[in-house]
Design a protein around this ligand. Structure first.
Ligand SMILES: C[S@@+](CC[C@H](N)C(=O)[O-])C[C@H]1O[C@@H](n2cnc3c(N)ncnc32)[C@H](O)[C@@H]1O
Length: 359
């Protein structure tokens, strides 16, 4: 790793990863351990001085000879939840600090904007589709992907390309990226992320009966009683991408701890079709988020995302924190980012309970 990371980046990685502010000598020790060779104390001193004097750097000198990383978070076990916009928080994370991404991003681009969330919270739906109750159960609202115009699809592609560029910097080579999607927009995600430099690596198919599709043509239900406007969706694609490897898979695994998928067991490799169920009512009560993913599925994919079980998993659209809860239940470390105040507070409450659930 010594050639791939500069002293400046190593200083950032060490301060960001530390649970407490560090003395200059502690920074030096940890930088040397990370790089695998000695570094002169003058290099460490000048890197710390230059970074802490720059307005754009998160490295701060809190008192004489003591340094910290200035980025507030909510601590959860070994994990962290940041409160803010991913496109603003990601540039503040150090390069090469993250080993996998497992995320369920917003697609409509507007459905998680304040205006639409207020309509949803006011029970009016807005761009959200409020499905009919089913077997006596009130179903959760769903985003309405079919309403996306060409302009919105282009806007979505730009969003994922921008996200992809930010992720390329914070991820180590060989890192897996797994993005929840749906059959109508997964091509947009794949193409945009590939433009940002990722390799397309297929899809994980979550086999689940969703509430999308199957409806008769809107407003003409009686006239076209025998028609469904769209097939009833029975699977959910999770786009698989990878930051290109540094050399061979084996070399990448040795250097960065990434470059493959963790096997389920000696006999069973991780597979790309996973039987799943809608999120259980018990989980929905703990975390009433409209897009809550089930712990059982999340634990399977989060576990597999770190091939050696080492490193940090990122969810830049954390919602109620289901990815972080899954990571903690597995003994992994995770970093989440959530922009909405209510969902951030919900996640802080829900994550320990989701982590402790039996699945
Ligand atoms: C589809 S939901 C994820 C739900 C999550 N899978 C769960 O199980 O709770 C997407 C989340 O991303 C958040 N979000 C949308 N845009 C964001 C942004 N730019 N930065 C950070 N969070 C964002 C939304 O508020 C929403 O909670």
């Amino acid at each position: 790793m010594s050639d791939a990371i500069s002293i400046k980046e190593a200083v950032r990685l060490v301060l960001w990863g530390s649970e407490k502010p560090l003395r200059r000598s502690e920074v030096q020790q940890q930088v040397e351990a990370l790089l695998g060779h000695t570094v002169s104390s003058s290099s460490i001193t000048s890197s710390l001085r230059l970074q802490s004097q720059s307005d754009r750097s998160p490295v701060v000198n809190i008192e004489r000879g003591i340094y910290a990383y200035d980025l507030d978070f909510h601590p959860f076990g070994k994990s962290r939840l940041y409160h803010g916009d991913s496109l603003e928080i990601l540039p503040q994370l150090p390069a090469n600090s993250i080993h996998a991404v497992v995320t369920d991003p917003p697609y409509g681009l507007v459905e998680y904007e304040g205006k639409e969330l207020s309509k949803l919270r006011g029970g009016r739906g807005g761009v959200w589709r409020i499905p009919p109750s089913y077997d006596g159960c009130q179903r959760s609202p769903l985003p309405r992907f079919t309403t996306l115009t060409d302009t919105e699809l282009r806007q979505m592609a730009r969003f994922f390309e921008q996200l992809g560029r930010e992720l390329m910097r914070v991820l180590v080579p060989g890192a897996n990226v797994l993005v929840a999607s749906n059959p109508l927009v997964c091509h947009v995600v794949t193409t945009a992320m590939v433009s940002a430099g990722f390799e397309a690596r297929g899809q994980v198919i979550r086999l689940v009966q969703t509430m999308r599709g199957g409806d008769r043509p809107k407003g003409s239900e009686d006239e076209f009683n025998e028609v469904s406007a769209m097939a009833r969706s029975q699977w959910e694609p999770w786009v698989m991408l990878r930051k290109p490897l540094d050399g061979t898979t084996a070399n990448n695994l040795r250097t960065w701890k990434t470059g493959g998928w963790r096997r389920i067991s000696d006999e069973r490799p991780f597979g790309d079709v996973i039987k799943s169920s809608p999120t259980r009512p018990e989980e929905r009560r703990i975390a009433p988020h409209p897009s809550l993913k089930p712990q059982r599925f999340m634990r399977e994919v989060v576990r597999a995302s770190l091939p050696l079980g080492e490193g940090i998993v990122l969810d830049p659209f954390a919602g109620s924190g289901s990815t972080l809860a899954a990571a903690e239940s597995l003994g992994y470390r995770a970093v989440g980012i959530e922009r909405d105040d209510d969902y951030f507070n919900l996640a802080c409450e829900a994550m320990p309970q989701l982590r402790d659930l039996e699945v």
